[in-house]
Design a protein around this ligand. Structure first.
Ligand code: GLY
Ligand code: MN
Ligand code: MN
Length: 446
């Protein structure tokens, strides 16, 4: 029997994209314009390209998924404030690579006020920007900066005709990223779906796991489930690390055989409608934890559960991370992997031999999503409803002579995705076990 397909959440409405553009423009002076290029196709090798992935900021403001587009926002313009330049309609190219929206399609399907094809860009853009005194663009985007420089030289030439001068350009990214940090209900529904699909995929990997399979076969199971459920694929390169490979934080080779006594760490998340899931589970290849694995796993699990329970408006990621460091350090001392007092081992950072990454990052259109982490140098940003974050403590034990053999090469991480709500939090990544008994029970049900 083929596995069930989960019901899909609704797409984000055209009206919501419009509201986002309006909210961005409301923050800008009336003499400003925004220039925001979308992504281009990228060559994989010779004449093959990677599958197209839209730039997340451009997508957030338009919902358009075609390459080579440019969004121009013109606050207060009577003929319409949003303009998009898009790929030219081209029957020959469309015969090879599929239908293009064209200017008419952009207006009709995406509620953009006016659209032009790229062939008209040079002539139209200088007209649209005439008289705008400040441009907002992503300053790290060479194409956007080149457009601003071009606009500047056109404006210099136009000075003679009495137009107000273009004074310069400022960064638009921070404004968009502050908006993206707080997810709408529709975005949370998509993140929940990405999480659910990812959870199914992890369950599937647990159920097929057995000694003698390879890491890439578990990767294949996980990614099969992503695509079966309508995700475009992984939101980031799938990590399947068995044995000591689990201690390599970004191990993506996934080429080793699964050993009878190994744990395997899978860090994998689906991308659904461009929104990312990001789950890590660690389980015994054979379906049963041994004593050393069980002891270390309990330390990570209780740190992770306490961290999740601390998530609420006003808490900070810095506090949550400090709680995790406290719990992991206490656990390492209890198991004899560190000596002395908890605070002393935190102060001298000796816990970092076993835990060197941070506990959380934002999650959204990007797996390491945008948005500030601090209000200023001194103050971490307090959590607020609508923020979505990961909670992912881990322990990674090197195979060094001073460490008991039983712990050598054990790597454990447990990662969930959590949304901050008005009165606390909601875990998006339910549906895949993380308790020792629950994992063993699921794996026994092959
Ligand atoms: N999958 C990357 C991360 O957990 O941050
Ligand atoms: Mn993560
Ligand atoms: Mn992850």
């Amino acid at each position: 029997m083929l596995p069930d397909v989960l019901p899909r959440p609704p797409a984000i409405s055209v009206a919501e994209y419009q509201e986002r553009r309006d909210a961005l423009m409301a923050q800008l002076p009336s003499n400003a314009a925004v220039l925001l290029p979308g992504a281009a196709l990228m060559t994989r090798s010779r004449d093959s390209e990677f599958a197209f992935r839209q730039d997340s900021d451009f997508y957030y403001l338009t919902g358009i998924r075609e390459p080579d587009a440019l969004l121009v926002l013109l606050p207060g313009r009577a003929e319409g404030e949003s303009v998009v330049f898009c790929q030219d309609r081209d029957p020959t190219m469309e015969a090879w690579t599929g239908r293009r929206l064209g200017a008419a399609g952009v207006v009709a399907e995406h509620a953009i006020d006016q659209a032009f094809e790229n062939a008209d860009r040079e002539a139209q853009l200088s007209e649209l920007l005439a008289g705008r005194e400040v441009l907002y663009l992503p300053l790290d985007n060479a194409d956007a900066v080149a457009l601003a420089e071009e606009a500047f030289s056109v404006a210099q030439a136009g000075l003679k005709r009495g137009r107000p001068p273009l004074k310069g350009w400022l960064d638009v990214s921070q404004l968009i990223h502050a908006m993206r940090l707080i997810k709408s209900d529709a975005e949370i529904a998509l993140l929940r779906h990405a999480a659910l699909v990812s959870a199914h995929a992890h369950c599937r990997a647990m159920q097929v796991s057995r000694p003698g399979l390879s890491e890439y076969q578990l990767q294949a199971e996980v990614e099969h489930e992503f695509m079966w459920q309508g995700a475009s694929g992984p939101a980031y390169s799938t990590i399947v690390g068995s044995g000591a490979n689990a201690c390599v934080l970004h191990y993506i080779e996934n080429s080793a055989l699964l050993g009878e006594d190994d744990l395997v760490l899978i860090d994998a998340g689906a991308e659904f409608e461009l929104y990312a899931g990001d789950i890590t589970r660690t389980f015994p290849v054979s379906g049963r934890f041994n004593d050393a694995q069980r002891a270390l796993y309990r330390v990570v699990l209780s740190a992770q559960e306490r961290a999740v329970s601390a998530i609420q408006p006003g808490a900070t990621l810095a506090d949550i991370h400090q709680g995790v460091v406290q719990d992991l350090t206490a656990g390492l001392i209890e198991l004899g992997l560190l000596e002395g007092e908890v605070q002393a081992r935190i102060d001298d950072e000796s816990y970092r031999r076993f835990y060197l990454h941070s506990t959380s990052h934002w999650l959204g259109l990007d797996v390491h999503d945008v948005g500030a982490y601090r209000l200023d140098e001194q103050s971490p940003l307090p959590l607020a409803p609508g923020m979505v974050l990961t909670v992912e403590p881990g322990l990674y034990i090197p195979s060094d002579d001073d460490i008991p053999d039983a712990y050598h090469g054990i790597g454990i991480r447990i990662e969930d995705n959590v949304v901050v709500t008005n009165d606390g939090h909601h875990v998006l990544t339910t549906g895949v076990p993380k308790g020792i008994e629950e994992i063993e029970a699921l794996m026994a049900k092959k």
